[in-house]
Design a protein around this ligand. Structure first.
Ligand code: CA2
Length: 137
């Protein structure tokens, strides 16, 4: 089973700032633990702050991976292009958020990912990624 986690803009700062919203664990440390726990899964990770690079990655994996776990960060709320990329590939996408976007500002209630996603998981901290991974198993 080949699964990729794709993180969007600013998620490289996890563990460095805003711990009350996003926690204090770096994604790299979390990812190491996740790989250990799910050793049977071919799990990979990609992060970019650039919209086009996220789209290129979705195209690259979108016909040969079993699942994409996507936290598009703030692009979730703005990017018709990422929404179109998901529509254009075969691999199912689960949209993930660390915070509960629905309890935050109104602009975070809009998602261009959700209409094309298999499902959405939000508000469980980094555990949101693990729940998304479980949904593919
Ligand atoms: O809750 C999430 O996972 C978000 O996708 C995170 C995005 C935000 O724009 C979405 O509305 C919800 C922001 C990621 C920024 O991450 C930081 C982490 C640490 C320090 C600063 C930013």
């Amino acid at each position: 089973m080949k699964i990729i986690i794709i993180n969007g803009p600013n998620l490289n700062l996890l563990g460095k700032r805003e711990p009350t919203i996003y926690g204090d664990l770096s994604f790299d440390n979390f990812f190491k633990e996740l790989k250990k726990k799910y050793a049977d899964v071919e799990l990979s990770y990609f992060q970019s702050n650039i919209e086009g690079e996220i789209i290129d990655k979705i195209h690259e994996v979108g016909f040969n991976f079993d699942g994409i776990i996507l936290n598009a960060g703030a692009y979730t709320h703005t990017s018709i292009a990422i929404g179109d990329a998901i529509k254009g590939v075969e691999t199912p996408v689960v949209e993930v958020h660390i915070s509960n976007v629905h309890s935050r500002e109104d602009f975070r209630h809009i998602s261009y990912i959700a209409p094309n996603a298999k499902g959405v998981i939000a508000g469980f901290g980094l555990q949101s990624y693990e729940l998304a991974l479980e949904s593919f198993l």
